[in-house]
Design a protein around this ligand. Sequence first.
Ligand code: PGA
Length: 254
Amino acid sequence: MTKRPLIVANWKMNHGISDTFKFLTHINRIELTTETVDVVLCPPFTSLYTLSVALAEASSKVMWGAQNCHTEDSGAFTGEISAEFLTELGCSFVIAGHSERRQLLGEKNDFIAQKVLKVLEKNMTPILCVGETLEQRDQGSAVKVVEEQLHGCLKDIERSDIEKIVVAYEPVWAIGTGRTATPEQAQEMHHAIRNWLGNKYGRSFAGNVRLLYGGSVKPDNIKSLMTQDDVDGALVGGASLNAETFREILAQSV
Ligand code: PGA
């Protein structure tokens, strides 16, 4: 890890407005490491406004993002939120292609590719999630699967835009299971991702893309993951919900 670390909290469908307030009250009392680490909180849509106002009032360096968006700016898409609305709110990051959306909601690479483009068009940073299932790993096809996801989701991205994208490697078998990839497994895949980006966009561009690891990241494993050359940060689910645990992860990430 050579870049400034980026730690992203993915709260998933947790922390409505009242719990978001509690979390923020707590982090105002404890000291979060934000001088040396870039920190992004991704709450559910309904908590975004509350969170953004509270962070601004506290002059916090903590950034924030959304967990998803739609590919269209507006229209007959019941229940969806457009990237346009997120920009209007002042949002700077959007997670795209999380495996839960791929698995539970059937999102495919093509649709995710359009989201990545739309997020860039709206001047926000897409956090593109990729990762293999346990079955695919056991079959020895983990790298191939991740490369296919990269190919499918980044196919229309210009060289000049690649550095604006964050890629999160999240092996599906490690998400919410307590079973983290070993630092070596994470490094091996991050290296493969960096190589793939290098072949397509050139080494120097690929070197600037921040690659996050996600999947059961906790205070006791973040350090060993962050010591790996190609791990530039983490996407943290469960362990980001508790302010004290999240503070420990940030402190251990540098
Ligand atoms: P987890 O989730 O940290 O709870 O495993 C990570 C994620 O899904 O982004």
